[in-house]
Structures are given as structure tokens and as C-alpha cells.
Ligand binder design. Structure first.
Ligand SMILES: Nc1ncnc2c1ncn2[C@@H]1O[C@H](COP(=O)(O)OP(=O)(O)OP(=O)(O)O)[C@@H](O)[C@H]1O
Ligand SMILES: [Mg+2]
Length: 364
């Protein structure tokens, strides 16, 4: 359909904080890109600038090889779905979904076919004669998705389009939207604060914080090789734990000091830490790479159970060690309760290393 780029795009609404700072991103033709980040980080602003609903303060937005900075929304050939659906209150659900097709003078039989097909997919085919005020929030949201997908635009822009659906329907809609996008091959930018939604749906994820793009990569890249400690703790559920450690040596080998413990490091990471020459680190471990036990073992670190949360198949145990809290997944048979002394283990090859000063990853 069309490739889309942000080139050095800034958005300053005035009044202090800058919403988007020097955004550079190239979205390939047909790609599904998720804009992921916490509330207020600039996701909707970025999407609205692509749509032409918000002026950019400086930089360029490019569709294909055309700068569209001054092109009004209706001339950009985009279909948008926002969280607050914006349906026509006096039109039926059928007419709401059919509206863009009617405006493009599509034949009535074709409109009937496309609307019915979209409504079936979205499970709102029983509701086509109703009006928006007679629908639940989730049903309205699906109507808004229907209105976008009956068209075949160059670009889909979604802003938290399934946030109001229940968990089961959301899981199904993730699959359906992904399938639909793949089948139609429409370039898609999908805003969400839900990292699971981004990881499961996107070809590439753009992680934003505080108006700044932190990392742009495939879900696997972002999960396996986070660019900094902020991305590392934002992506992945349950969250990665960070521990303050210092690089030290043990019998001439590189090691890590963690409180009163000295942790041995595998040769690959040892070389990496030596080359970086940093002393103060934030060291990360994902909960499924840490084990917790009531029994002491070789290399284990003593702590205390701070909390335990049932996840279903296993429990998430938060272990307090000095001023750090480290999360570990354990078998539901783990007997520790809050306050119980326990022992934590992890392998140095599973650790993530960041500079304690600026949070940037220590290069591989
Ligand atoms: N029209 C506006 N005028 C002034 N400031 C605005 C305006 N719209 C957004 N902002 C500010 O710009 C920043 C980014 O807002 P934006 O809506 O892009 O965030 P977001 O990432 O979409 O957040 P959320 O997940 O809560 O929707 C916020 O600090 C917000 O307060
Ligand atoms: Mg938003």
C-alpha cells in the first residue's frame, strides 16, 4: 500500500512539556507497527500527526515519497479507529459502518456484502438495526473497527481500538485484526499501552517514553535485547527485576558484587563487562530465569519472601534482598509465605546488564 515515515518530527503544544521529541521512524509498506508506551508518552499525538488531525511543530511526515505535512486528513487515504469511537448517534449501526462506502459511491449490493461480512467477523451482526446509544462500550468499539475495515485504505491507524472489550474477546480480536491486516496488506500503526498486545500483534514495536522513541525493533529483539533498563522493565510480564551491582574481581576473574555476595560471571559476559569498563551496573533478571527455594544451594543468595501471587500454573514470588526486590516464578508447591527466609538463584548467562548512570545497555 504505502510506506510511512516520521523524519525529525517534534510536537510542542506550548505550555512546557514537549509531547513528541525528534521522532524518526520508517514504517515499511504493509508493515504492522505498534506504538507502545505508558500514558502520556506521546502515542496518540504521534498517530494524530500521521492522520493530519494535529499540526507538527517541525519535521516531515512522508507517505510513499510525498511529504504530507500540509495534506488534510481526507486526502491521506487512511482509516482510523480511536478509543472513543466517534459514531454518528442518529444512524443505525449498519449505516455507521456503511458510511465511508456510501461516501465513495460504492454500489448498494457491494456495501451490503462488505458490511455484513465485517459485522459477522466482529460479532455485531445481530445489532445492525440498532443505534449507538443502544450498544455497550465494547460493541461501539467493534462498530468503529467495522467502519474502518470495510474500506481498503492505504493506511490503518488504530488508537487502543480494543481497550474496552472483555479479556476473551480482546484475545480473539488480536488474532482477527492481525489476520485481517496480513490478508489486506495495509500498512498499520497501532497504538497501545498494553505490551502483550504489542508483542503478539506487531511486526515491529516502537517503544516510547516521555515523548522519546526508546527502541524500534521486532518483538523478539525488544524482548531479548532491550536498548535500556526502561524498555527492559516495560516489556515483559511479569516485569524484569533490576539489581544494583558493582563490577569487581574474584581470584583475578571479573565478578559482580551484590551486597555482601560476590557473583561469578560466565566468560562471555565477563569479557563484555571488562570491555565496557563500567563499575556501577543495573543488572536485570526475568522472573522465569530466577529460581527461589527454601533450601540453600551453591551460589544462592539469601533473602526474604516479600509477596507471593498466584499466576495460575505457577506463583510469582517477590524476594527482598537488601534494598532490591527480585521476582521469581516458582511452582505452586513453593511453601514460603511473606517473611519466610528463602534462597534465590540465577545464571549469569541469563542476566541483562545496564549502565547504572544512564540505563543504557552494556554493548554485547
Ligand atoms: N491538545 C493538547 N494540548 C496540550 N497538551 C496535550 C494535548 N494533547 C496531549 N497533550 C499532552 O501531550 C502529551 C502526550 O499526550 P498523548 O495523548 O499523545 O499521550 P498518550 O501516549 O496517547 O497517552 P494515553 O495512553 O494516556 O492515551 C501529554 O503530556 C499530554 O498531556
Ligand atoms: Mg492516547
Amino acid at each position: 500500500m504505502v510506506a510511512v515515515s516520521f523524519n525529525n518530527v517534534w510536537k510542542d503544544y506550548g505550555g512546557g512539556a514537549i509531547a513528541v521529541k525528534d521522532l524518526n521512524m520508517e514504517i515499511k509498506d504493509g508493515e504492522f507497527v505498534s506504538l507502545l508506551g505508558p500514558s502520556g508518552c506521546g502515542k496518540s499525538t504521534s498517530l494524530r500527526m500521521l492522520a493530519g488531525l494535529e499540526h507538527i511543530s517541525s519535521g516531515e511526515i512522508v507517505f510513499g515519497d510525498k511529504v504530507v505535512n500540509d495534506l488534510p486528513p481526507k486526502d491521506r487515504d487512511i482509516a482510523m479507529v480511536f478509543e472513543n469511537y466517534a459514531l454518528y448517534p442518529h444512524k443505525t449501526i449498519f449505516d455507521n459502518i456503511a458510511n465511508p462506502l456510501k461516501q465513495s459511491k460504492v454500489a448498494a449490493a457491494e456495501i451490503e456484502r462488505r458490511v455484513t461480512e465485517a459485522a459477522k467477523l466482529l460479532e455485531i451482526d445481530q445489532l445492525l438495526e440498532r443505534r449507538p446509544q443502544e450498544l455497550s462500550g465494547g460493541q461501539k468499539q467493534r462498530t468503529a473497527i467495522g467502519r474502518a475495515i470495510v474500506r481498503q485504505p492505504q493506511v490503518f491507524l488504530f488508537d487502543e481500538p480494543i481497550a474496552h472489550l472483555d479479556a476473551k474477546l480482546r484475545a480473539r480480536m488480536r488474532g482477527e485484526l492481525k489476520h485481517l491486516q496480513f490478508t489486506l496488506g495495509v500498512t498499520t500503526i497501532y497504538v497501545t499501552h498494553d505490551q502483550l498486545e504489542a508483542l503478539t500483534m506487531a511486526d515491529r514495536i516502537a517503544v516510547m517514553n516521555d515523548g522519546v522513541l526508546q527502541q524500534f525493533g521486532t518483538p523478539q529483539e525488544v524482548y531479548d535485547n532491550p536498548a535500556n533498563s526502561w524498555v527492559a522493565t516495560f516489556v515483559g510480564e511479569p516485569q524484569m527485576s533490576l539489581m544494583e551491582m558493582q563490577v569487581t574481581s574474584l581470584e583475578g576473574e571479573t565478578a559482580l558484587a551484590f551486597g555482601s555476595y560476590t557473583i561469578e560471571v560466565d566468560p562471555k559476559n565477563s569479557a563484555r563487562l571488562r570491555a565496557a569498563g563500567k563499575k556501577d551496573l543495573l543488572v536485570g533478571v526475568r522472573p522465569d530465569k530466577a529460581t527461589v527455594s527454601l533450601d540453600e544451594s551453591l551460589g544462592s543468595i539469601r533473602g526474604e519472601v516479600y509477596s507471593r501471587q498466584l499466576l495460575g500454573a505457577d506463583v510469582l514470588v517477590e524476594v527482598e534482598i537488601g534494598k532490591s526486590r527480585v521476582r521469581a516464578k516458582a511452582n505452586t508447591s513453593f511453601a514460603g509465605t511473606v517473611g519466610t527466609p528463602c534462597y534465590l538463584n540465577f545464571g549469569s548467562e541469563d542476566l541483562y546488564f545496564f549502565d547504572a548512570k544512564d540505563g543504557q545497555v552494556i554493548p554485547q
